[in-house]
Design a protein around this ligand. Structure first.
Ligand code: N01
Length: 566
């Protein structure tokens, strides 16, 4: 079968892409490895999973009717509610008829003569498409470290990112949790409520801010729904693509007493907006030290056993790794049946038939939870054999780190697009906003190719190289590039150390995408047979002309602004 486009993945990216392709008259087929829509929210069903972006902002913005009809119930939506929302969208826009579920794309190869992609799946499909659109997600390739003896363990081993759909009852069981990232920090308090004994294996402690989750106030919901587009525009103008009050003053200009008051106030607001307490926190180490020490004081105040409290105190950059947001995480360690085991010096040696061994001690378990994260940003690309011009595979091209132009596409792979690809704001922005902006840009690009009779589009090497340099230059300005996080691939041994998302801020990035388009797809080459010379039309991209919010200008944005297009 031949399609205009094949989309890989039916999470929020693939769903919106399918909807837009249809609206603009393109035939499309979506392949999804899972049994239904939802992507991240389909797979990550571990206890306590919920979003750390407020629910009124974590949703599609393309349909005012959808915005009005959907009701969120909590400040931070739990996973089942977000999955309900994904299902609602699939039903409302009749998406499922073009999605093949339980089907994993195994290879995509560009045929240089026919100028189309040949896509194969694990169910034996072999279809062709002019455009191959990767909607594979940034955190969707689960990382199960190759612990020795995994197969010897007689109990179940769960990964938070591949949680059983029927749920897991840990009542009365001896449970081990490996990892202390966001997934662990959300699930540990709930697992502790059920388990008879819980042992948490910690390699690196993490900072976490309370969510203070609560039922949504109907008056607040009404006030946003009264003018949702204005609220969305305000969010899009922010470097993160979501709105929260942000103080641009430097922490170092305040007195210790003023800082304490300010941190208390922002702590009381909770969640990721805690980082908005001062403008220099992610750029000046001395400023970062002040917020890090405040967070450590909070841990020491919560955790009663001083030795456990010290083990839980991170000494790295605050917010250098993705900040965690919790509901009672540190308090959990005050329970007598919960134990923290440090594996920073003495790693987990092996699994045995009965449990896990570290530092020569065997911890017996009935079940083990690996909250060990993901091969971020590129892991899901690695799972598909993607072959471009001259037989080059994407894995070979990206061996030393991903290289893209604007995080949208990569040289040597014509008509291959990546939604929230490496080199775009992606995980540093509110994901659904980042997804919509990418899809809208890509659809305008596809319409333009049709308008001018072009068969293919791909970036030029110069623009790609300049963009990669720019992504690195801007990353170097932020303390985030110094932390050993999944942003830089440091969570998995052997991955190249490259800061993968674009940290210059969402509005700046959007401006760069818009400029590239309005300058006739500057930085791209098209293979054209037609003579038509129509200028690009910003059919969908028009709504992304948000102005930069100058109130929240940061050093990364200043660095990003020095470069006009690339
Ligand atoms: O994964 P992680 P995650 N031995 O990589 C440890 C998003 N998310 O699934 O820090 C022992 O953060 C590892 O240790 P270390 C969010 O963007 C969002 O928790 O590498 N330990 C770490 O403690 C988040 O950042 C939400 O030293 C090992 C943990 O496993 C991202 O997803 C909720 C190990 C992995 O932490 C990933 O979060 C959940 C080993 N061999 C996730 N290997 C919300 O919206 C790894 N670890 C709230």
């Amino acid at each position: 079968m031949a399609f205009d486009a094949v989309v890989v993945g039916a999470g929020f990216a693939g769903m919106y892409m399918l909807h837009c392709l249809r609206e603009h008259g393109f035939s499309a087929r979506v392949y999804e490895a899972g049994g239904d829509v939802g992507g991240t929210w389909y797979w990550n069903r571990y206890p306590g999973a919920r979003c750390d972006i407020e629910s009124m902002q974590y949703s599609y913005s393309f349909s005012e009717e959808l915005d009005q009809e959907w009701e969120w119930h909590e400040k931070y939506a739990p996973q089942p509610e977000i999955l309900d929302y994904a299902n609602h969208v699939a039903d409302r826009f009749d998406l499922r008829r073009d999605i093949r579920f339980d089907t994993r794309v195994t290879s995509a190869a560009f045929d240089e003569v026919a100028k189309h992609w040949v896509i194969e799946t694990d169910r034996g499909d072999a279809v062709t498409a002019r455009f191959c659109i990767m909607a594979v997600g940034c955190l969707s390739s689960a990382n199960l470290p190759p612990f020795e003896g995994l197969d010897d363990f007689e109990g179940p081993i769960y990964h938070t990112g591949q949680w059983p759909h029927e749920g897991v009852d840990f009542s009365g069981l001896r449970v081990g949790v490996i990892g202390t990232g966001s997934s662990a920090i959300q699930s540990i308090p709930i697992i502790a409520e059920q388990a008879a004994q819980l042992v948490v294996f910690q390699r690196t402690p993490n900072y976490s801010v309370p969510a203070w989750n609560a039922k949504l106030d109907p008056a607040y919901v009404r006030s946003i729904k009264a003018d949702y587009p204005a609220f969305r525009a305000k969010a899009r103008a922010r470097p993160t693509g979501f709105y929260f009050p942000f103080n641009t003053d430097p922490a170092l200009a305040a007195t210790p007493a003023e800082r304490q008051r300010q941190y208390e106030e922002f702590w009381a607001r909770g969640g990721l907006p805690f980082l908005g307490a001062y403008g220099d926190l992610l750029f000046e180490m001395a400023a970062n030290d002040t917020i890090a020490e405040f967070a450590r004081q909070k841990i020491r105040a919560i955790v009663k056993d001083p030795a456990t409290a010290e083990l839980l105190c991170p000494d790295n950059v605050f917010g250098g790794k993705r900040l965690c947001v919790d509901s009672g995480y540190f308090e959990t360690f005050n329970q007598s049946h919960v134990k923290l085991v440090d594996v920073s010096e003495k790693p987990i040696e092996r699994f045995t038939r009965d449990g896990v061994v570290t530092d020569g001690i065997e911890y017996p378990f009935d079940a083990v939870v690996c909250a060990t994260g993901f091969a971020a940003m590129t892991g899901s690309f690695d799972k598909i054999r993607i072959t471009g011009r001259d037989g080059l595979t994407l894995a070979e091209k990206w061996r030393a780190g991903p290289r893209t132009y604007l995080g949208l596409s990569t040289v040597g792979f014509p008509n291959l697009f990546m939604i929230t690809g490496p080199g775009s704001p992606s995980v540093l922005a509110s994901m659904i906003q980042a997804i919509e902006q990418h899809v809208d840009w890509m659809i305008d690009c596809l319409c333009h190719l049709r308008d001018v009779g072009a068969a293919t589009i791909e970036p030029t090497l110069k623009y790609e190289d300049d963009w990669v340099d720019h992504v690195n230059e801007v990353a170097a300005v932020s303390l985030r590039s110094q932390a050993d996080s999944w942003y830089v691939g440091a969570n998995i041994p052997g991955r190249p150390r490259v800061f993968m998302p674009y940290i210059g801020g969402f509005p700046i990035y959007v401006q760069k995408c818009n400029e590239a388009m309005s300058n006739g797809f500057e930085g791209f080459v098209m293979d054209r047979t037609g003579e038509a010379n129509t200028p690009p039309k910003m059919r969908r991209t028009e709504r992304w002309r948000a102005e930069l919010d100058l109130d929240v200008i940061s050093p990364a944005i200043v660095a990003a602004r020095r470069v006009p297009v690339v």
